[in-house]
Design a protein around this ligand. Structure first.
Ligand code: BTN
Length: 336
């Protein structure tokens, strides 16, 4: 009798659930309702498409590495229906910064030259000059994480740029929560956190006149398979990755697709319904509000309670003299 067809993801999911332990061919065959020979064939096919799977006669199979970023898979997954975000995807092996490339492209388009359509995504395997908020560097080794930048032209006033960033944090946190058991939350304004360690960040850069954003470049960096040795000492103790949190390598392709899908959803909501639903969802996903925090703004350190965010996404900090201070940008450390 012929075995039913096995999907790649079914076998990969089973192997991943066992973290880095072996799973016997009999167990996989039983779980998927197929023969052991069919499992063996599938494992060989997975190996050919880039998965590293150890095989032991006595113990079974163990997944040790998932394949690289597949731009084809991302394009295919997003090609089903008309969309804004990811309608065009440009892939680079290594770039200085995907935000820089995206800004150049958007700049050309906005000045009437050859350019790109709204929603174009620049994605790279690695960055040599990855940039973070407040002029910091973003650790961007090749082959490890997701680095991408999305060009949008929402035509809203520049004061709403902060909401675009909060919207992106919502999209990323929702995507990661959907795909993994990792309890990711958002630290104001846009850090993706797993308890007190940083999993990812967002850098939004805009070109605007007094009353309108002509384009925004939204840069997203998520640590997927970053390892301790990939980061310099000062980052090691404050960063984490999905591989570290789950104990097993994760597919960058899968996370890139899910994040772009969530971006499509949330950008649609923002453009149709405005900022209200975005701010409400951000509040559901944040771990900052209600906490005692330190806020560093340049050389100034403020301590207070992170009470709420205002309509522009700014942090409202209740100080010890009971006054309420509006914080538009700064570094937050949650104390308790
Ligand atoms: C932060 O400091 O939290 C923001 C980090 C943003 C990193 C991403 S990676 C893709 C894009 N290109 C960059 O140079 N930076 C952003």
């Amino acid at each position: 009798m012929m075995s039913p067809k096995i999907k790649n993801e079914a076998v990969v999911d089973l192997l991943q659930k066992k973290k880095s332990a072996f799973v016997s061919g009999t167990e996989i065959a039983g779980a998927l309702g197929v023969s052991r020979a069919a499992v063996w064939k599938k494992i060989n096919r997975l190996k050919k498409s880039g998965y590293t799977i150890e095989a032991s006669r006595a113990k079974g199979y163990r997944l040790t590495e998932v394949p690289g970023l597949s731009i084809e898979e991302i394009r295919n997954a997003l090609s089903g229906r008309p969309r804004i975000i990811g309608g065009e995807i440009i892939f680079y092996d290594t770039v200085s910064s995907t935000n820089t490339i995206a800004a150049e492209l958007a700049g050309k388009a906005s000045s009437g030259g050859e350019g790109c359509t709204e929603g174009t995504v620049i994605i790279a395997d690695g960055q040599t000059g990855g940039r973070g908020r407040r002029g910091r560097a973003w650790v961007s080794p090749p082959g490890k994480n997701v680095y991408m930048s999305i060009i949008v032209t929402p035509g809203v006033p520049p004061v709403q740029a902060a909401v675009l960033t909060l919207m992106t944090a919502v999209a990323c946190a929702s995507a990661i929560r959907r795909l993994s058991p990792v309890p990711v939350s958002i630290k104001w304004p846009n850090d993706l956190m797993v308890s007190d360690r940083k999993l990812g960040g967002i850098l939004t850069e805009i070109k605007a006149d007094m009353d309108r954003i002509s384009y925004a470049v939204i840069g997203i960096g998520v640590n997927i398979n970053l390892e301790v040795d990939d980061a310099p000492d000062d980052i090691r103790s404050i960063a984490t990755s999905l591989k570290y949190e789950t104990g097993r390598p994760q597919s960058r392709t899968k996370y890139a697709i899910e994040i772009l899908d969530e971006m499509e959803k949330w950008y649609g909501i923002f453009m149709k319904e405005g900022k209200r639903p975005v701010l409400e969802e951000w509040l559901r996903l944040t771990s900052t509000i209600g906490k005692t925090v330190n806020v560093t703004i340049g050389d100034t350190l403020l301590t207070g309670t992170a009470e709420k965010i205002n309509d522009e996404g700014m942090l409202m900090l209740r100080l010890s003299d009971n006054s309420l201070k509006v914080i538009s940008s700064g570094d937050v450390t949650v104390l308790r």
